[in-house]
Ligand binder design. Structure first.
Ligand code: ZN
Length: 333
């Protein structure tokens, strides 16, 4: 898929595309950001751009020449995806092979491209071997490290890569992607509400299972507001890992948004969680607009804290305590 067809990552794509168009590509990039938002697709677009036989105006890869098609199919000899093998790690042997082959001339294309995905699956010996390769003079190889957990990479590796940040996808982008995959607009609206900004998740989503998981999170959080001890326990569950907490936050924020809509009497505005209208209406009736806004503020603040790499558990605790204070002040719990 050429750059021009990637949607929802304008900033990241522009950063790479401008460098390429100006002939100023670095030797190594680290594409980092949440899972399923287009990092791998963009890595392949760049591999196509640097090896396309008939570049299109833009400039961009054509997407249709033999080189572009082979890259999309994963069969181009100069574009290699380095993925975890044994024990789910990228081994030192794999990286040594990359090192040995990276200085050779490309077989067919102009540039050899190595896509390490996910790059955080390199353990230290493999990472050190890669570092040695990256320290050699820039040649005919381009290294693309793809990861949802850049902090798990060695700082020395990161300092050798230009960082490109990818963000969660917006609702509009997800709807467009779902439409491309022939989902109806009603189905898409329900999926987008639960897909937490990830196209991969949206396309793979089992709607009934996702709704059940949503209900469990909402119920768990609501029960936790009962007592400080339950808050701590719930925070521990939510903060098990970063994607889980990000997902829960996205969900809670959309729930609060629906509550605010109902409290404001905005019947004409579509609810994100329309299938739970009865529950939302009952909750909205039991609390005040001020409390809903405080809860919403606590949740968005937690989201900002995560973006600043704050401690997961403390972020979750802080948010739940603020939610509890707001709900208690309104006498709803
Ligand atoms: Zn092409």
């Amino acid at each position: 898929m050429p750059f021009g067809e990637i949607i929802g990552q304008d900033r990241a794509v522009a950063q790479i595309r401008l460098a390429w168009a100006a002939g100023r590509l670095g030797q190594a990039y680290c594409f980092h950001g949440p899972s399923g938002v287009g990092k791998r697709t963009t890595a392949l677009a760049l591999a196509q751009a640097v090896n396309c036989l008939r570049p299109a105006p833009g400039p961009d890869a054509c997407g249709g020449c033999p080189a572009c098609r082979m890259i999309a199919a994963g069969t181009h000899p100069d574009v290699v995806a380095v993925r975890p093998e044994d024990k789910a790690v990228i081994s030192i042997d794999q990286i040594r092979e990359v090192g040995a082959r990276s200085s050779l001339r490309p077989y067919q294309g102009r540039t050899k491209v190595w896509i390490l995905d996910p790059a955080d699956r390199m353990q230290e010996p493999a990472a050190n071997a890669l570092l040695k390769t990256l320290e050699e003079p820039a040649g005919i190889s381009l290294f693309l490290l793809v990861t949802a957990a850049p902090s798990a990479l060695l700082p020395t590796i990161l300092s050798r890569c230009q960082g490109v940040r990818f963000d969660l996808l917006g609702a509009e982008t997800l709807r467009t992607i779902l439409a491309r995959h022939d989902r109806s607009s009603d189905e898409a609206a329900a999926i987008v509400a639960l897909a937490a900004g990830s196209a991969e998740q949206a396309l793979a989503l089992d709607l009934a299972a996702a709704r059940a998981a949503r209900d469990r999170v909402v119920q768990d959080v609501w029960n936790a507001l009962d007592s400080p001890l339950r808050v701590l326990e719930c925070a521990e569950r939510l903060a098990e890992d970063r994607p889980r907490l990000e997902e829960a936050l996205q969900l809670l924020i959309s729930f609060s948004r629906d509550l605010a809509v109902l409290k404001a009497g905005g019947e004409a505005v579509a609810l994100v969680h329309a299938d739970r209208r009865d529950l939302l209406t009952a909750l909205a009736a039991r609390t005040t607009a001020a409390a809903i806004l405080s809860v919403f503020a606590a949740q968005t603040e937690a989201q900002r804290a995560l973006a600043r790499n704050a401690n997961l558990r403390l972020t979750a605790e802080h948010m739940l305590l603020a939610m509890r204070a707001a709900i208690r002040a309104a006498g709803a719990r």
